[in-house]
Design a protein around this ligand. Structure first.
Ligand SMILES: [Zn+2]
Length: 287
């Protein structure tokens, strides 16, 4: 009986010993795992951002940034270019001498003093001067009764419209219906838009938009000479268009930026970038 008892007791000791050995193996195994995990974290932190699990993600962020910068630089004029009918005159000494202007300091506004004539008729008259050869006359642009715009002489070339100012200005002629020289609503609106576009594009201020009258004292553009308050109102309208376009462009840029931010947020790119940056910031102390 007793040997059996002893034998059972012996068996119990062996069992306990086996169990504690198993536990020890497990503890050692877990410790090894912990050390390995710790090593992985240390290697990641010391890896100078190269620990990025997907190098392509960082590359994409960089490319996005470059594209964004380039787009901003390409932006030259926030005022949309009005629809312009390009009918450049034949180069000839009577209406398009083909000479470059010396500088672009002014936009000079005119009226044609020839009621009811159309922009096309005036363009064709300027073109015919190469054959008539009896007078020198032209303009860079003509705005018609219906608001149509014809481009006759390139912006950087001399047109014969503003006397001494021809070599440093762009000239705009305007069609009208009667002797008063008052512009139709359509002509006025087109003139405002064209002047806003050109002055914004070439970086000219309000005081660089002038009347032919301001150059020579000539009664041109008659309606704006007879009504200086209407001239000031015209300049106000031009500056208002520029301001509105600039604000719209800024709001649009802001909207696009916000959309891109949201898209990045959804893709988790910002979190990844912030994580990488915080790693980079922690690096000097781990030198
Ligand atoms: Zn004039």
């Amino acid at each position: 009986m007793f040997p059996h008892i002893f034998e059972n007791q012996d068996m119990g000791r062996k069992d306990r010993k086996k169990k504690s050995t198993h536990a020890l193996i497990w503890i050692i195994f877990l410790e090894i795992l912990l050390v390995m995990a710790g090593l992985a974290v240390v290697i990641f932190v010391l890896d100078d951002g190269k620990g990025n699990p997907d190098p392509l993600v960082e590359e994409t962020v960089r490319i996005d940034y470059i594209e964004e910068t380039e787009e901003t630089e390409e932006e030259t004029c926030c005022v949309p270019k009005p629809e312009v009918d390009e009918q450049l005159l034949t180069v000839n000494e009577w209406s398009r001498p083909g000479k470059k202007i010396e500088s672009l300091d002014y936009i000079v506004i005119h009226y044609l003093a020839n009621p009811k004539t159309t922009a096309q008729e005036n363009h064709d008259y300027f073109e015919s001067l190469k054959d008539l050869q009896n007078v020198s006359m032209s303009a860079n642009y003509i705005v018609g009764i219906e608001g149509e715009i014809i481009h006759c002489v390139p912006d950087d070339e001399v047109a014969y419209a503003s006397n001494s100012a021809n070599s440093y200005s762009i000239s705009i002629e305007n069609c009208h219906l009667d002797k008063t020289g008052r512009l139709t609503e359509k002509t006025y609106q087109s003139l405002v838009n064209l002047t806003a576009y050109l002055s914004e594009y070439y970086g000219l201020g309000r005081d660089q938009i002038i009347r032919h009258y301001d150059v020579t004292g000539k009664d041109c553009p008659k309606y704006f000479v007879d009504h200086p308050d209407k001239w000031e109102a015209f300049l106000d309208d031009v500056m208002q268009v520029r301001e509105d376009c600039r604000r719209e462009a800024e709001e649009e840029a802001e909207r696009i930026k916000e959309e891109e931010r949201k898209a990045r947020e959804e893709a988790g790119v910002d979190e990844l970038t912030a994580f990488l940056e915080s790693n980079a910031a922690a690096e000097p102390s781990s030198d």
